[in-house]
Design a protein around this ligand. Structure first.
Ligand code: DGY
Length: 332
């Protein structure tokens, strides 16, 4: 049960924050709105989310709030806006939100660099076997330097395939090309402006089938949700080179995890590195067995700078909405 603190500041819009946010942003929200904070930081149940929609003018959810048809099944909501803390909104059912006449906003831009940093971290970790090395040290198993010990794969100068050339994909391309001399190949549903590609020496190919066999590394930056569920399935994994690495900082559902576990166990690809999972926070038991897999607990935007900026971006959107402007990051 959510342990809430009501901060009553008069006749201001009533706002619910579903998880703990950085203190400075919670303070700013509390100064600007009649704010209810979730001190216990536990995810809300569908029933609590329905109650919230009947009570608050704005609900500020995040990726751990499953706002599917069940949670959005409210006859006459008081809520007018879901101002999401995060860029991905695949946890919100767009059809139900539209039916209820809700505005939905997100927080683009402010987390792009940090998420690209984590994708680069994962690429380096899996290629250089950093996870295996750390586990060996902590387990007391290191016997000292030797020429054949934990030999990995060079990253610099290799070919990187980027699936989804939005802001985060482009930031990764910048790091990979200018920092690591990588050759960047892009698959994106729409055509990317040539000048955006040229900035990072990138070229676009017309399909995922065409991209995968070209790459030493494939990094996913497309949205999640039904449209991209299991975009990377067994057939796609078979198109990857047998020494190639798959990186996912997008959404867990983009990869068929059973197919990935099979590919990792039978070493039909070189390895994978994941920051996101299909059933977070539960992890597929077969994946845990794979030594050629690096896993992080959804840390893409987890820097003080990004997490505060995400909160202030929500505040910007709320300000727009309650002062009668179109919210700057409206997705619905
Ligand atoms: C995002 O912004 O979508 C991150 O995954 C955290 O929610």
């Amino acid at each position: 049960m959510m342990n809430v603190v009501h901060i009553n500041t008069g006749a201001k819009p009533k706002v619910l924050v579903t998880r703990r946010w950085p203190g400075a942003v919670e303070a700013q929200l509390s100064a600007s709105y009649e704010t209810t904070l979730n001190r216990s930081d536990t995810p809300l149940t569908p029933g609590e989310l329905r109650d919230a929609l009947k009570t608050f003018d704005a609900v500020l959810p995040t990726v751990t709030d499953s706002l599917g048809p069940d949670a959005l099944d409210v006859a006459k909501p008081t809520t007018k806006i879901l101002s999401n803390y995060g860029v991905g909104v695949s946890h919100i059912c767009t059809e139900s939100a539209r039916k209820l006449g809700l505005s939905v906003t997100n927080t683009p831009d402010v987390l792009s660099e940090c998420t690209a940093d984590i994708a680069m971290t994962l690429m380096l970790m899996v290629a250089r076997r950093a996870g295996e090395g750390e586990r060996e040290l902590r387990d007391g198993g290191w016997t000292g330097w030797r020429p054949t010990h934990l030999v990995g794969t060079k990253v610099s100068g290799k070919t990187l395939g980027i699936v989804g050339y939005g802001r985060i994909g482009e930031e990764l391309a910048r790091r990979a090309h200018h920092g690591f001399g990588m050759d960047v190949v892009v698959y994106n549903r729409s055509t990317v402006a040539p000048e955006r590609l040229a900035r990072n020496g990138a070229r676009q190919v017309e399909s995922l089938d065409a991209l995968l066999p070209l790459c030493d590394f494939v990094s996913l930056h497309c949205p999640g949700g039904a449209e991209n569920r299991h975009l990377i399935n067994g057939r796609m994994l078979d198109l990857m080179r047998e020494d190639a690495f798959l990186i996912n900082t997008a959404r867990g559902e983009v990869i068929d995890e059973a197919a990935l576990a099979h590919a990792l166990m039978f070493e039909s690809i070189g390895g994978a590195a994941l920051d996101v999972f299909e059933c977070e926070p539960r992890i597929n038991a077969d994946l845990v067995q794979c030594d050629n897999l690096v896993m992080l607990p959804h840390l893409g935007s987890a820097t003080r700078e990004a997490r505060e900026a995400m909160g202030y971006r929500v505040l910007d959107n709320l300000g727009d909405f309650f002062e009668g402007r179109d919210p700057r990051d409206r997705v619905i």
